[in-house]
Design a protein around this ligand. Structure first.
Ligand code: ADP
Ligand code: ADP
Length: 223
């Protein structure tokens, strides 16, 4: 059962002073429900462009995207440098989407506290962002992206700015959260190790920009 299907996607950026940039070229991909899929490839190969187009933050030049019912109305996004509201504490930041969407039901609030617990943030609920390390802030932004019922989570190098140890730690926690919540996750990284550790499948993009070079299924047992 699919979550998102990409059909013949092409993206061309028209530049004022130089030749056009082909950022995506004939991309075809079917992403399953509850699948953890990574996209890897060198800088400039089109990873972010692909993620933005899936997330409706940008438009393809041609091609088609099919979303399973409701998937494109509710997306969670986590970027490399996620912005937290500095005057709100950890719990308030994580709760923010629920407040905006007026979905502060008892059930959602309990789920939020569960996610904070899973992410190791229970003791820091009342801490302000400026009191947190980079790793802690990224945890808050992950919980925030998971706090409402977005079936699809898009992550663009979420741990790219962190040291290796913190990163390993957060990868393990992300896997636990994914196993528990069964979201579909599309995860952009340029670490092959990270992609193999986390994913069901790895989409390798070609340095000849915009093309999928191959799609590798990972059969290693998960921790
Ligand atoms: P990656 O995420 O793999 O580093 P990007 O998707 O950011 O790759 O970029 C793919 C190509 O598109 C690159 O050549 C980049 O310079 C170009 N590009 C990205 N965004 C724009 C833009 N807004 N305008 C023009 N060119 C862009
Ligand atoms: P992470 O815990 O995401 O790996 P760090 O390695 O920078 O991030 O954090 C080191 C330790 O410092 C963590 O185990 C955490 O418990 C603690 N810590 C981080 N921020 C605070 C804070 N605001 N108050 C107290 N302890 C903190």
């Amino acid at each position: 059962d699919y979550s998102v299907v990409l059909k013949d996607l092409n993206k061309v950026y028209n530049n004022l002073l130089k030749d056009d940039t082909v950022a995506l070229k004939d991309v075809n991909l079917e992403i399953g429900q509850s699948e953890f899929i990574s996209i890897i490839g060198p800088s400039g190969c089109g990873k972010s462009t692909l993620l933005k187009i899936i997330g409706n933050l940008d438009k393809a030049t041609s091609g088609e995207i099919l979303y399973k019912d409701g998937v494109n109305q509710q997306l969670g996004f986590v970027f490399q440098d996620s912005v937290l509201l500095p005057w709100k504490n950890v719990r308030e930041n994580a709760e923010f989407p629920l407040v905006i969407q007026k979905k502060q039901t008892k059930e959602n609030e309990e789920k939020l506290d569960e996610l904070l617990e899973l992410a190791g943030l229970t003791e820091f609920k009342t801490a302000l962002p400026r009191e947190l390390s980079g790793g802690m802030k990224q945890r808050v932004s992950i919980v925030r992206a998971l706090s409402y019922d977005a079936p699809l989570l898009l992550m663009d190098e979420p741990f790219g700015a962190l040291d290796a140890l913190t990163r390993d730690h957060l990868n393990e926690e992300l896997l636990k959260i994914w196993q528990k919540t069964k979201k579909t996750i599309i995860f952009v990284t340029h670490s092959i190790e990270e992609a193999v550790f986390l994913s069901d499948r790895v989409v390798v993009m070609s340095p000849r920009p915009g093309r999928i070079k191959e799609i590798v299924s990972i059969d290693l047992p998960r921790p």
